[in-house]
Design a protein around this ligand. Structure first.
Ligand code: WTA
Length: 650
């Protein structure tokens, strides 16, 4: 098992506190009937019809899940359109004046889109994309920061059946080029630039670099004029504003998509050096995120909701855009980071917009805690009804702080475990039904199968650590798993009977069936809520002249930075600050600033097994000042002690 343990790991292991949801919450909750789990159990897989019922289908599906073997064709025979479900149907139902997206810039500018406004602009941009030659199943890459044109472009793509491929704006030109190639995408929507913590970032010039680096030609590029800096447009490049104006008032019929047609592609980090391409399909994915937004986030159409996730990652796709808009709720979209320009910006947003439901990540909660608690206390947060977290384990101390200082002791917290690969939430309490246990995500959602097993696939005893596997297909599962592919080399190592998906996480289960997720056990690390592959970063470091080998690990103490790199050099090359800077610059160029190591340690060797595999576990122990276990399986056990003194003596 990995040793990626937060400082409160022991507390978490010992914790068995139980907190029921407040009666005020339960009284109004969407799901309050505790028979829901039994009902799902008895009626599996047809129980998932309840998720599909949150959507409008053009043709009804014939079967929820025709077969219990791959291919898993969720809602087979059904047709629908995701944009129609997120926009048109709310307008048709008379909610055209309800706010769909309230955008807040970090400088205090706001923009409000009612469902009618969203309908108009999505249609105009869909018409513009069509006119650029985009057809159903053409992949459109969106390389954009948190501006309203990003969800508008996603919905416009969905409308015409063109899968989108959103690339996080913080990634580099090289990373964009790789993702354009991986998606075989010749259409790109970007923006001139944006401000990040006060400095301008010129996205268009990064997109132009990517265009030169990509192995195939980009046919069309659309540039949103966010900074008003779009002066140099080349052939095949247009401004968003000009295209939308040219299609003013246009309407495009939503394209009928089969439940299994791809809605979007998204790239995440896996265990190899290449980004992992995940494809989500229209019917199952949308049903999964709409259903969980309703039952777990407890969202009603009347609710105002704030999720701090960036739309560049899966959390933003599922719970800034598709889930809340499918339900017809009001989503507040914040352009900046929680601590810029002021540390109370988020509390301002909650107060000003009377936010009902707030969903964020433990890394943000830890920063809020570190800052002054009087900041949230000086705001009126009484509109809040429910709080959520996602992205990494939340330790009980942060959990309690969130519960008391933000939720005033009466908003339930849903600690939702899920991944890019699952599309939507999988393990969490149902807030109107189940008690909370701080530090533990909760039981699998009704209809979800999860187990914690050892390497032989045997269920581990209560409260012992093992591997988290999902044992039943679920509606939001991506294309590869639907088709029966097993992802990742680790999957093959586990000897579990029957169909299963290995999540890459370690976990333990208590005697109530509550699952506590302990963190990744594969070569993926989680740094300030960003999912990164160690191999990706190491390949970038090894690309620097003079470097022979590299191993990166994550640091538990966020104050000490996120990533430390251990690097060996060619004979005669000196490990100095100049080389450290070249390594950092190269990682920034290959992947982006989020992956840049905070410390580079030069070492004569790396701890390796006899077969030559680098044992990162020992490096994690050294980095985090932990005891390291038995080194006798190493071919070079002496290096562990040597490295420890290099790190200790700085
Ligand atoms: C981690 C983000 C503990 C986990 C939606 C998972 C969590 C990875 C939780 C997926 C949670 C997510 N408790 N760990 N509530 N939620 N994780 O693909 O390690 O960016 O495998 O998806 O985040 O990260 P991804």
């Amino acid at each position: 098992m990995s040793n990626r343990r937060g400082p409160d790991f022991e507390t978490r292991m010992a914790e068995d506190e139980e907190i029921p949801p407040s009666p005020q919450f339960v009284e109004q909750a969407t799901v309050t009937d505790d028979s829901v789990s039994d009902e799902f159990e008895e009626n599996w897989p047809d129980c998932w019809a309840r998720a599909a019922a949150t959507l409008d289908w053009f043709d009804p599906y014939e079967s929820v899940l025709p077969d219990d073997e791959p291919p898993f064709e969720w809602f087979a025979g059904g047709t629908l359109n995701a944009c129609y479900n997120c926009v048109d149907r709310h307008v048709e139902a008379g909610a055209e004046n309800r706010v769909a997206i309230k955008w807040e810039s970090h400088l205090g500018e706001t923009r409000t889109y009612t469902y009618q406004d969203l309908y108009r602009e999505v249609n105009e941009f869909a018409a513009a994309l069509r006119a650029q030659g985009v057809e159903a199943d053409d992949v459109v890459t969106l390389y954009m920061p948190m501006i309203p044109e990003l969800p508008i472009a996603m919905l416009a793509c969905a409308r015409i059946g063109a899968p989108h491929n959103v690339v996080f704006a913080g990634l580099s030109a090289d990373a964009l080029a790789t993702r354009l190639e991986s998606a075989d995408s010749v259409f790109l929507v970007t923006c001139d630039g944006y401000y990040r913590r006060g400095s301008a970032i010129f996205l268009k010039s990064k997109a132009d670099d990517a265009r030169l680096k990509a192995a195939h030609d980009l046919e069309e590029m659309v540039v949103v004029e966010h900074l008003g800096e779009t002066e140099h447009l080349g052939a095949g490049q247009h401004t968003y504003e000009e295209l939308v104006a040219a299609h003013a008032g246009a309407e495009v019929a939503p394209v009928e998509r089969a439940a299994d047609d791809v809605l979007f592609l998204i790239h995440t980090s896996g265990t190899t050096g290449e980004p992992k391409r995940v494809e989500h399909v229209t019917g199952g994915y949308l049903a999964h995120v709409a259903w969980t937004s309703q039952t777990v986030l407890d969202l009603d159409p009347e609710d105002t909701y704030l999720c701090t996730a960036n739309i560049g990652w899966i959390s933003g796709h599922s719970y800034v855009v598709y889930g809340p808009l499918a339900l017809g709720a009001t989503a507040v979209m914040y352009e900046g980071t929680p601590n810029y320009p002021e540390r109370d910006r988020i509390w301002d947003l909650i107060e000003e917009n009377a936010v009902d439901v707030f969903y964020t990540a433990p890394t943000a909660i830890r920063s809020f805690m570190k800052w002054d608690t009087s900041l949230p206390a000086s705001r009126d947060l009484s509109s809040l009804r429910l709080l959520g977290t996602v992205g990494e384990p939340i330790d009980p101390r942060a959990w309690h702080w969130y519960y008391e200082h933000i939720g005033n002791g009466n908003c339930p917290i849903v600690d939702t475990w899920w991944q890019t690969e699952t599309g939507g939430m999988m393990i969490t309490t149902l807030p109107g039904v189940e008690k909370m246990k701080p530090g533990s995500a909760g039981p699998p959602l009704p209809g979800v199968g999860a187990r914690v097993v050892d390497g032989r696939g045997e269920e581990v005893p209560v409260n012992e650590a093992g591997y988290l596997v999902l044992t039943r297909p679920w509606p939001g599962m991506p294309l590869a798993l639907r088709h029966g592919h097993r992802w990742g080399e680790e999957a093959a190592k586990l000897d579990v009977d029957g169909w299963h998906y290995f999540t890459g996480d370690g976990a333990k289960v208590d005697d109530d069936g509550y699952i506590t997720v302990l963190g990744r056990v594969d070569d993926v690390i989680n740094v300030s809520g960003h999912r990164l592959g160690t191999m990706e970063i190491e390949s970038a470091i090894v690309g620097v002249e003079g470097v022979v080998e590299a191993a990166v690990v994550s640091v538990d103490d966020a104050e000490a930075g996120g990533i430390h790199a251990y690097v060996t050099l060619e004979t005669g090359v000196s490990g100095d600050d100049d080389l450290r800077e070249r390594i950092a610059a190269h990682v920034r160029e290959r992947i982006g600033p989020i992956a840049t190591p905070d410390a580079v340690v030069f070492t004569p060797d790396l701890p390796k097994t006899r077969s030559g595999k680098i044992m990162r576990r020992f490096l994690e122990n050294i980095t985090n000042g932990e005891e390291f276990g038995d080194t006798s399986a190493l071919q070079n056990p002496e290096i562990v002690g040597e490295l420890e003194s290099i790190v200790r003596d700085g």
